[in-house]
Design a protein around this ligand. Structure first.
Ligand SMILES: C[S@@+](CC[C@H](N)C(=O)[O-])C[C@H]1O[C@@H](n2cnc3c(N)ncnc32)[C@H](O)[C@@H]1O
Length: 256
């Protein structure tokens, strides 16, 4: 269906509402006290539609993710906003010693645990670990994994949802990554380079973030990543992605 650019997010919003609402209402029916826990309801809503949305988004992103992950994810890999663990299928298992998933939404864990097992990692033998934290809780993450112990951080479609991501990105990378050599692999939708699209992204962000659990369309993530003094970087955008797209996606590999 052709829509004016401004209305681009509308079909996705309607579709995620159609998918997310029934499990959310069922959960409230089973436990009405959930009405007093809006964040839990947002988690259930998001997990409800992610089961259907996630695989499609992952398939579209597969070429970009494969180019980033297969050759460059190595050693201890920490993924923020792991979701259902879609990135695991791109790992070269011989290069990755441990997978740490930082995922605050426990309703994502069944899918995440399935992907962990399919990729040959295990929580029981210590090759996988799930941390129920937000990426902004850097000190809590560091308490568990240690400072400068991570070889690779993966952020795929997550920094858009992390509160204060401008401040969090440098803290996360400079606290957790090994130096030198620690690597950030990023695939994120972010602020478009076109001013009219930026305006539309800013208008949509408040309502979008309600449905998508805090995700905003107007985060200038590639600019904020540059606050870290990287020694090497490859920065680009998803192949074929027009600059005006409201889900403009940046791709990057950064090395300390
Ligand atoms: C759009 S999904 C992407 C999932 C996965 N990275 C992928 O590409 O398939 C965003 C994920 O970020 C998680 N998330 C939301 N807020 C977060 C935060 N503050 N820190 C870490 N993850 C967060 C959500 O629970 C969700 O799993």
């Amino acid at each position: 269906m052709w829509l004016p650019l401004f209305l681009d997010p509308l079909p996705q919003l309607l579709e995620c509402t159609r998918l997310g609402l029934p499990p959310t209402l069922r959960a409230i029916w089973a436990d009405p006290w959930l009405l007093f826990h809006p964040q839990k309801l947002r988690n259930i809503f998001m997990a409800g539609f992610w089961v259907v949305f996630g695989p499609g988004l992952d398939e579209n992103a597969a070429p970009a993710k494969r180019r980033l992950v297969t050759p460059y994810a190595h050693g201890v890999v920490l993924e923020i906003g792991a979701g259902h663990g879609h990135s695991l299928q791109y790992f070269d298992r011989d290069k990755v010693t441990k997978y740490v998933a930082v995922e605050p939404n426990e309703d994502m864990y069944p899918g995440l645990r399935k992907s962990i097992a399919q990729a040959g990692f295990s929580e029981a033998d210590g090759t996988a670990l799930i941390l129920p934290f937000g990426a902004h809780e850097v000190d809590r993450i560091a308490d568990v994994v240690g400072e400068h112990q991570v070889d690779t951080i993966i952020s795929f479609l997550t920094l858009c949802s992390v509160p204060n991501s401008k401040q969090v990105i440098p803290k996360l990378c400079l606290t957790l990554l090994k130096s030198p050599g620690g690597t950030l692999l990023m695939y994120e939708h972010c602020l478009s380079p076109v001013w009219s699209s930026r305006l539309y992204q800013r208008i949509w962000s408040p309502i979008w973030s309600l449905a998508w659990n805090g995700c905003r369309l107007d985060r200038d993530t590639p600019k904020w990543v540059e606050q870290v003094p990287w020694s090497e970087r490859y920065v680009g955008k998803e192949e074929g992605m027009p600059d005006w797209h409201l889900f403009y996606r940046a791709v990057g590999r950064y090395v300390l």
